[in-house]
Design a protein around this ligand. Structure first.
Ligand code: EPZ
Length: 417
């Protein structure tokens, strides 16, 4: 596994255009199965996106990249199974289930593996699909799904606004018989983007303000589409944290400040200067950060769980104590132990983490535990005195495009080992 060597105490600043959103591109690539030709602009070049391309190619599609545009062509012969190896390459591969069912009328996928964030159940996905007429049989670790006829639109109440389950239901509902109503659906911008793509190929989807989504099944979808993926709000927050942690001045462009409405005030609470424009966010880090009283992760539009780790890295340097409550995933504090190796003072108790800020961090050998935890370690290393080695950076490459290149362009001393 490759490592980053990061020499800290260099200000991170300048100007950076943000890449397209990983968590929008992945479900949209699954949705590409529902049309013949998709031209996707602003599609980030990430290992998770490459894993999704491998699944599409296995299913009989051709996928080619031209810069930040990915073109997916799916002719008639589309397979309907995803073998275990491919399912395990990417945690969110379960989102292909709804698309394959709509395209083929049946699907065989292996149970998606768990991941570093704890068990990743898919009970809400499966219960919803069964309510829509899918017969699901577990068969030696595989899910064998069949449908008699067409899937049927129905009224669904999600016990939790699951992003992945909402995506699977959307992909299953667009050509279903009748209307599907999803109560307590996820409202993340990535859900809106998937709905935007599906609408662009003729689906009838209505996102209501109260979190309800209404999908009216149609007979057919359009054969081709050209679409632009939204900017990555978590990558945006991550780079802003890097500037805030090193007292830098950063202008992030090609982003969407509205997606970070719950995050930007936290930067201000910590003493950062923040200004926004139509597609840009400017941040100037303070000489010494103030603590953030309480960060509670919530479904959108609340504070995103994916920004918890980068913010925790930032809070380790604040003058005072910050409190985090992780309400979305069971164990999403694995990065805390690694940050403590750099001198951070963190107490984790279940879903709560208490961070007592220290005047400075020191370099250390640290290991990425997951995608956003790895990003947190890079942020800490950028601020720490000395040269840190961040290992297992494959985790980071799932969700950040050319991280060392971008950080170097912003003043970081970072090399790949
Ligand atoms: C998506 O994961 C994102 N991944 C995650 O980003 C993100 O953290 C998460 O949404 C929450 O915003 C992608 O979009 C590819 P969930 P997903 O279903 O769909 C429980 C990153 O760093 N749950 O909203 O898996 C589940 O265990 C990644 O980019 C059930 O219990 O999230 C979790 O505790 C990490 N049963 C919570 O709900 C289910 O059937 C949130 O899961 C489904 C979910």
């Amino acid at each position: 596994m490759a490592n980053f060597l990061i020499e800290g105490e260099n200000r991170i600043g300048g100007e950076l255009p943000i890449h397209g959103a990983k968590n929008a591109a992945l479900p949209i690539l699954a949705a590409a199965l529902l049309t013949r030709r998709s031209v996707l602009h602003n599609c980030p070049d990430l290992s998770d996106v490459r894993a999704a391309a491998h699944i599409l190619e296995h299913l009989g599609c051709t996928v080619q990249r031209e810069g930040d545009t990915v073109i997916v062509e799916s002719d008639d012969g589309v397979y309907c199974d995803i073998p275990d190896g491919l399912m395990r390459e990417m945690r969110s591969s379960v989102v292909f289930l709804g698309a394959i069912l709509t395209r083929c009328g049946r699907a065989r996928v292996s149970f998606p593996g768990g991941c570093e964030l704890g068990p990743r159940p898919i009970d809400i996905h499966l219960a919803s699909l069964e309510r829509m007429g899918v017969n699901i049989k577990e068969d030696h670790g595989d899910l064998d799904c069949t449908i008699d006829g067409k899937m049927v639109g129905t009224e669904l109440n999600l016990p939790f606004p699951s992003v992945g389950a909402t995506e699977n239901i959307l992909l299953a509902a667009v050509l279903a018989e009748g209307t599907t109503v999803i109560h307590n659906a996820a409202r993340e911008p990535e859900i809106q983007d998937l709905a935007g793509f599906l609408t662009a190929i003729g689906a009838k989807i209505h996102l209501k303000n109260d979190g309800t989504i209404v999908v009216e099944g149609v007979e057919t979808l359009l054969p081709e589409v050209e679409y632009r993926v939204i900017p990555d709000r978590i990558a945006t927050a991550t780079y802003l944290c890097a500037a805030a942690a090193t007292g830098g001045e950063l202008l992030v462009t090609k982003t969407e400040p509205e997606y970070l409405a719950a995050v930007l005030p936290m930067f201000e609470e910590m003493g950062c200067q923040v200004k926004t424009g139509p597609d840009l966010i400017y941040l100037k880090g303070p000489r010494r950060l103030r603590p953030v009283r309480m960060v509670r992760t919530m479904p959108y539009p609340g504070f995103p769980t994916d920004a918890q780790a980068p913010f925790m890295a930032l809070s380790t340097l604040a003058q005072g104590t910050s409190v985090f409550v992780e309400n979305i995933f069971e164990s999403r504090y694995k990065h805390a132990a690694e940050l403590m190796r750099m001198g951070a003072r963190i107490k984790v108790e279940g879903r709560v983490a208490v961070v007592e800020g220290v005047p400075a961090l020191h370099s250390a050998q640290v290991r990425c535990t997951d995608l956003r935890g790895g990003a947190a370690l890079c942020i800490a290393a950028l601020a720490a005195a000395g040269v840190s080695r961040v290992s297992d950076i494959a985790h980071i490459e799932r969700g950040y495009e050319r991280l060392e290149e971008h950080l170097s362009s912003l003043g970081a001393k970072i090399t790949r080992e």
